[in-house]
Design a protein. Structure first.
Length: 395
């Protein structure tokens, strides 16, 4: 009996998380979602802030991309915020000074959010666009990203991040499947005007609404939630495109995701009191459904594993074996690293990596690990790859 309870409780939670929540969002969006298109063509002054730490391999390409954007030059401020870079990142950024690039170099390496807290008061733009050094914008990305700000109710806008599969990158292919689900949910949340978080590659916030933020949470998650909880609209603009190369190494991906999950857990703890105080129940429901339950995925999977081992019947034996097969794809992925078989098991491998990352994320929380500083992953945007400025690339 215990096995049945564990199994079906966890299955029910996962079905709600991946099916029920999107369906509920869709139904709610049909009932009370925004149907009006933003009128006008807003061109506010913009500060494009590029967060950088040891980015010498990609920073020059990023700055050339930023300078080529189709946006009025007198309304676009391009800022590099270097968090104690030890390589040639700052030297390269300074070489662009005569082309209008502003460098703010900080010592020592403290963490991305602390650097952003110091940079925000120095910015001139009415809208702040946050980005990373390895993202490549489409030429019209900024125009599309800031267009919703024509509506004074809009406080934050998230663009669309497209991961590229370079050199048959099976790891990138795996998390493309994850992003497809995530982007679908973002579109539905946007219809309700309460997009739950953004992505660090391309999102914008009215400068007047930006707030100093703790160093151990995700800026792209917490800032938009604060904006939405305060009653402003947070929307998704999928025509504002940023392209990034995916991780080439499963170890790098595991470290990256475990750190993001750890910061996300602390982010929920940070924003939840304000959500309750402002009675932003829609935002709270979204946060618990899309983030809270997802961060607890290892618990649900453990319940399914134990439940299927305890429950009688062929269905539960098959469920037990299927789960073991998925978990086996993780070490197999480390061994294979590429090839036809890796492409076949890529979705299962990435799911397994995500589950393991959640376990490590909780471990970091429970052990008080450092989550403020980051290490640059080997995810360079390759020379000549599609999706760079001026190139469409596949969606």
């Amino acid at each position: 009996m215990l096995g049945l309870i564990l199994f079906w409780t966890a299955v029910g939670v996962l079905v709600y998380q991946y099916v029920g929540y999107p369906l509920a969002l869709g139904a709610l969006a049909r009932i009370r979602g925004r149907r009006d298109e933003i009128a006008g063509d807003a061109t506010p002054s913009v500060s494009l802030v590029i967060s950088a730490y040891d980015e010498e391999e990609v920073i020059a390409r990023k700055l050339e991309n930023a300078l080529s954007l189709d946006y009025p030059k007198d309304l676009l401020e391009i800022v590099v915020a270097s968090d104690g870079s030890r390589d040639r990142t700052e030297e390269i950024a300074r070489s662009f000074a005569d082309r209008g690039i502003v460098l703010h170099a900080f010592r020592p390496n403290r963490g991305k959010n602390l650097v952003l807290n110091d940079v925000l008061p120095l910015l001139r733009g009415d809208v702040v666009v946050f980005t990373d050094a390895n993202g490549q914008y489409r030429p019209d990305a900024i125009r599309h990203l800031v267009r919703p700000f024509a509506d004074p109710r809009v406080g934050s806008v998230c663009g669309e991040l497209v991961y590229k599969n370079f050199n048959d990158n099976a790891i990138a292919e795996g998390y493309n499947r994850y992003w497809e689900l995530d982007q679908m949910q973002k579109r539905l949340e946007s219809r309700l005007g309460s997009l739950l978080g953004a992505n660090g590659s391309i999102f914008a916030v009215r400068r007047s609404l930006c707030r100093p933020i703790a160093n151990d949470v995700c800026n792209d998650m917490v800032q938009p939630i604060w904006v939405a909880a305060a009653g402003h609209l947070c929307v998704y603009e999928p025509r504002a495109l940023s392209h990034e190369a995916g991780s080439r190494d499963l170890g790098d991906e595991l470290k990256r995701r475990s750190r993001i999950i750890g910061r996300g857990i602390r982010g929920i703890a940070l924003v939840w009191p304000e959500i309750v105080e402002r009675r932003a129940w829609l935002v709270g429901w979204e946060l618990l459904s899309r983030k809270g339950l997802r961060y607890l995925t290892p618990l649900w999977l453990a319940m399914i594993l134990v439940g299927s081992a305890l429950a009688p019947g062929m269905l539960y034996r098959l469920a037990f074996l299927a789960q073991l097969a998925i978990y086996a794809c993780v070490p197999l992925g480390f061994v294979l690293r590429g090839g036809p078989l890796m492409r076949i098991i890529s979705p299962a491998t990435y799911f397994g990596i995500g589950s393991l990352a959640a376990v490590l994320g909780w471990w970091k929380i429970l052990t008080g690990s450092e989550l403020g500083k980051w290490q640059t992953a080997q995810r360079p945007f390759e020379s000549g790859a599609p999706g760079a400025a001026g190139e469409a690339g596949p969606r």
